[in-house]
Design a protein around this ligand. Structure first.
Ligand SMILES: Cc1ncc(COP(=O)(O)O)c(C=O)c1O
Length: 360
């Protein structure tokens, strides 16, 4: 059963104000009560940096993925599915947030985990996934986990609903398109000036694709920039390349037009991607990210994670150092919050399936 907090969620959805026909056609389970706040970071050495607090998207668990899950789980519900299946890195916050919200909706959840750089934070996420009653499968390397996920998809059962890694399907991305309309409404309310640049992390691509498409649809003039924290290619396979982000933007607009044919065609911007902040690889902390993390904690009391947001915020600081101080940069804080922080006892891993014990 949905908890009392979520039952009260009636978040305004500005995409519906722009296109009222979507309201009855887009499957959505509201998970949050209001717009994610936006404010200026006034205590940094660099001026004119604003933050969009997507760490506060929901009252039980934050992050931009909540926006995707409102639609992805809304669709599962509308199709009367009873089980969600997805895959991701062992410490994936998308998997963790899917577990939390699927449980709220009484949906079972099976997660296929692949290897990633290990840390206590990752171990905590794995334990928390397990605590949320998730069925855990270990898939090995990213390629072998993807192959296993594909084979599971081929044998999909009637009651199962599969979600793309990171929730970055066209439907999930529509949730992020709405986020750009939310920002537009906050600008109209006078809460911030129109930013020259919006900066977000680039993981599986839905956040960048949704913000870039949404900014165009909402007629914001801001340039949307993605900071790569995940490799573009795995071996010979393209995973998160610029071309893939552009294809996701086109597919998302196409899906929106299927729900609401009166949505006009928009020329697609090609988002800028910054490749120099990932360091040695996905989830491996790097120097500039850790400095940015410390700075934001010391000056503003805001926490960043080493995998996504610290590297992204390092890029924000560099961008603002390079620019005239008069134009505003908006940092999109996709941070998922620390749902797993309560899990202190890593030794409780003994209850995990044997295949996952090696992580501890
Ligand atoms: C905290 C955080 N920020 C950013 C992202 C990246 O978003 P996307 O996968 O839509 O590119 C993720 C993805 O899991 C994340 O967990």
């Amino acid at each position: 059963m949905k908890s009392a907090v979520l039952s009260a969620a009636t978040r305004r959805y500005p995409l519906f104000d722009a296109y009222p026909d979507l309201q009855d056609r887009l499957p959505r389970e509201p998970f949050s009560a209001d717009f994610a706040p936006v404010h200026e970071l006034r205590h940094l050495p660099e001026a004119n940096i604003w933050i969009k607090r997507d760490d506060r998207t929901s009252l039980i668990y934050g992050g931009t993925k909540v926006r995707k899950l409102e639609l992805l789980l809304g669709e599962a519900r509308a199709l009367r599915k009873s089980k969600i299946v997805s895959m991701g890195a062992a410490g994936s916050h998308f998997l963790l947030s899917t577990a939390v919200f699927a449980r709220e909706l009484d949906l079972a959840f099976e997660a296929i985990l692949c290897d990633q750089h290990m840390s206590d934070g990752v171990r905590r996420n794995v334990l928390t996934l397990f605590d949320q009653s998730t069925i855990l499968r270990y898939g090995g390397s990213q390629l072998s986990a993807a192959a296993y996920f594909g084979s599971r998809l081929l044998q999909k059962r009637k009651e199962e609903h599969f979600l793309a890694p990171g929730g970055s399907s066209p439907l999930g991305t529509i949730g992020v398109v709405n986020a750009a309309f939310e920002l537009k409404a906050q600008i109209a309310e006078g809460l911030l000036p129109p930013p020259a640049i919006i900066v977000c992390a680039l993981g599986s691509g839905g956040t960048l694709a949704g913000l870039a498409l949404g900014a165009r649809m909402a007629r914001l003039k801001s340039e949307v920039v993605g900071v790569r924290v995940y490799p573009g290619w795995v071996g010979p396979f393209p995973v998160v390349t610029r071309a893939r982000v552009c294809r996701l933007m086109k597919a998302t607009l196409h899906l929106l037009k299927q729900f609401c044919p009166s949505i006009p065609n928009f020329s697609m911007p090609v988002p800028r991607i910054l490749d120099d902040y990932m360091g040695r690889g996905y989830a491996i902390p790097n120097g500039s990210g850790e400095v940015a993390k410390q700075l934001l904690a010391d000056r503003e009391g805001i926490e960043l994670d080493s995998t996504y947001t610290a590297k992204t915020f390092a890029a924000v600081l560099d961008l603002q150092r390079d620019r005239s101080k008069t134009s505003d940069v908006l940092y999109w804080h996709t941070f998922a919050g620390e749902f797993a922080k309560g899990v202190q006892k890593l030794e409780s891993h003994r209850k995990l399936p044997a295949a996952l014990q090696f992580m501890f």
